[in-house]
Design a protein around this ligand. Structure first.
Ligand code: ADP
Length: 447
């Protein structure tokens, strides 16, 4: 087992990884930017290395600085967390070339799934159902128009390298196609340095349902059920729950078996998630994330598995000891992503936390970097806390979530806690009867 792990990330996810390491008797090295010298992940780690100034490109994305920090501290593994370098195949490869273990999949699998066009082709080949659309990338306007006529409207143009809900454009009729294509290409080039795009049918009322997987790279792979992440704004998740209120046991078992068989065939290593849109009883693959996900704790709660611990073990070459029969999801879990944003305008609200009181009690988990006196810096993702609640039933879970949100005090800055309080009081949420468009429609109706 590793003796020392460098955590190449910040915020709540760095803390999450630190906690798993400490529980395994592993020393931790935190890297941080100058803006994060007082951050909780740096305060708790056994060693810290400042890797650069605040802009991510100079610190958390600065590969030479991170590799130097790992070498100088003698870390034998690097956990990339979520975002930043977590899906950067070149980084994973360089880590391995330095004789340091990368806690994640092989560079080849990261690279394959990071290109959404290739990923979709691979999924199809592995027997996973995909959203109907272009066969591969779309090169010219004429080609796009021909595909549009074939698949019909509305359709969505998506960037091959897209992520974080960016690089997508919907077209509702033929005369919108050329402009949507141009916008999508320009945005994709600017944001991801790659203007390759593809086209899919735009589903009208799907749910976003994803399957959590865990493989050891030695041919063993299991799934930990699904998460429903349909409460979204601008294609980004706001609230997630597990299990999905839309699936029954048979559907769950069937899709779980399909993706597990595919990942076994690939000899996938580490934690991964296959994301689907689900409509009228059918699943359509949209992408695979080859890393831990922000919403992983809800699967941990219902399956009673520490996913980060498992990631670390398989990265150390230990075969998966869990079998599919060991995974018996029970109860219900919901996660609210609390961000430092105005709950109505979504303008970022960095600043000093004057008071802090996290909710507690049975079935309540708070993964957060906040503490009283901490200053939320303006340079990074606005996620400041994940409130995760467990209940024996969905109803118990929702009552507990309401109680926990009411207890939560984050003083000094505005956060999205009031938005969460309103969402969970809405009948479609209470009934579990919502799709990926519901939140935006409801917010639109409200104002
Ligand atoms: P990202 O990598 O940016 O998260 P995804 O491909 O996972 O992009 O899609 C994110 C979200 O965008 C989905 O959860 C869904 O809300 C929406 N979306 C993507 N593809 C489609 C589609 N074909 N039809 C309808 N909505 C879509």
């Amino acid at each position: 087992m590793f003796e020392k792990v460098l955590i190449a990330n910040r915020g709540e996810i760095a803390l999450r990884i630190h906690r798993a390491c400490k529980e395994m008797g592993i020393q931790t090295v935190a890297v941080h930017s100058t803006a994060d010298a007082d951050a909780m992940h740096a305060r708790l780690a056994d060693e810290t290395v400042c890797i650069g100034p605040p802009p991510p490109k100079d610190s958390y994305l600065n590969i030479p600085a991170i590799l130097t920090a790992a070498t100088l501290t003698g870390a034998d593994a690097i956990h990339p967390g979520v975002g930043f370098l977590s899906e950067n195949a070149r980084f994973a490869q360089m880590v391995e070339e330095h004789d340091i273990a990368f806690i994640g999949p092989t560079p080849e699998h990261i690279s394959l799934m990071g290109d959404k066009i290739r990923a979709k082709e691979a999924a199809k080949d592995l027997g996973i159902p995909v959203v109907p659309g272009s066969d591969g990338g779309v090169e010219t306007d004429a080609e796009a128009l021909a595909i549009a006529k074939e698949i019909g409207f509305p359709l969505i143009i998506k960037a091959a390298s897209g992520g974080g809900g960016r690089g997508m454009k919907v077209a509702y009729s033929l005369d919108e196609v050329e402009e949507a294509l141009a916008i999508c290409r320009t945005e994709a080039k600017a944001a991801f340095g790659d203007d390759a795009v593809y086209i899919e049918r735009y589903l009208g009322k799907p749910r976003h349902i994803e399957i959590q997987l865990l493989g050891d790279g030695q041919g063993n792979c299991i799934h930990l059920g699904e998460r429903d992440c349909s409460i979204q704004r601008r294609h980004q998740k706001v609230i997630e729950e597990a299990p999905s209120p839309a699936l029954n046991a048979e559907q769950r078992a069937r899709i779980g078996e399909t993706v597990t068989a595919a990942m076994k065939k690939m000899r996938y290593r580490g934690a991964g998630t296959i994301e689907f849109l689900y409509e009228d009883g059918e699943f359509f693959f949209i992408e695979m994330n080859t890393r831990l996900q922000v919403e992983h704790p809800i699967s941990e709660m219902i399956c009673n598995v520490d996913l980060v611990r498992e990631q670390i073990k398989v990265a150390a070459g230990i075969p998966l000891h869990l079998t599919q029969d060991d995974i018996q999801p029970a109860g219900h879990a919901i996660e609210c992503r609390v961000t430092a944003e105005n709950p109505e305008t979504f303008m970022p609200t960095p600043g000093r936390i004057t008071d802090y009181h996290a909710p507690g009690g049975m079935g309540v988990r708070v993964d957060s970097q906040l503490y009283s006196g901490y200053k939320v810096p303006p340079y990074y993702d606005s996620l400041v806390s994940k409130l995760i609640v467990y209940g024996a039933t969905r109803n118990e879970c929702m009552m507990r979530l309401k109680r926990a949100l009411d207890e939560y005090v984050i003083g000094g800055i505005e956060t999205t806690i009031p938005l969460h309080q309103k969402i969970i009081a809405q009948p479609p949420f209470i009934d579990g009867n919502y799709d990926i468009h519901w939140l935006e429609k409801w917010m639109g109706l409200k104002s």
